[in-house]
Design a protein around this ligand. Structure first.
Ligand SMILES: [Zn+2]
Length: 142
């Protein structure tokens, strides 16, 4: 069965709502299983924020260094999963503005990672909150 899984990297946010929950939910793990990924998991505050809007250049290099480890092992696919209502991002008055900015950022991160690792296939995603909830995510390609 494990032969059907593909090696990959997932870069996502450290936000606890995306990962192992007390009630058993785990959105990132479900995503990996649904896509048959045997994934290295890189969790950062703000996902790819340190690539797109680094507060310090060291933050950028730190995330690139993390990606370089699985990339050096011949991993060919990388998935980015940004998410709505991210504490590392500023507060937005309009949900639409927040979603638009995140989608721009995960797409920009794809370009940045590609420039550093041209052999990786990179798939940006964004986890939207189900309307009216604060912790039910729907992960979509961005
Ligand atoms: Zn976050």
């Amino acid at each position: 069965m494990s032969d059907n899984f593909r090696d990959a990297v997932i870069v996502t946010c450290m936000d606890r709502r995306l990962h192992q929950r007390p009630d058993g939910r785990n959105y990132v793990a479900e995503f990996a299983l649904n896509k048959w990924l045997n994934a290295y998991l890189i969790t950062r505050a703000g996902c790819i924020l340190d690539l797109v809007h680094p507060k310090e250049t060291g933050h950028y290099r730190s995330l690139i260094k993390d990606i370089s480890i699985p990339a050096s092992k011949g991993i060919k696919e990388l998935f980015i999963i940004g998410h709505e209502n991210c504490a590392a991002y500023p507060n937005y008055k309009l949900r639409m503005d927040e979603v638009d900015q995140h989608v721009l950022d995960v797409r920009r991160a794809r370009e940045i990672i590609h420039s550093e690792f041209p052999k990786l296939d990179i798939y940006p995603h964004f986890a939207e909150l189900e309307i009216g909830t604060k912790d039910i995510f729907i992960i979509k390609a961005a």
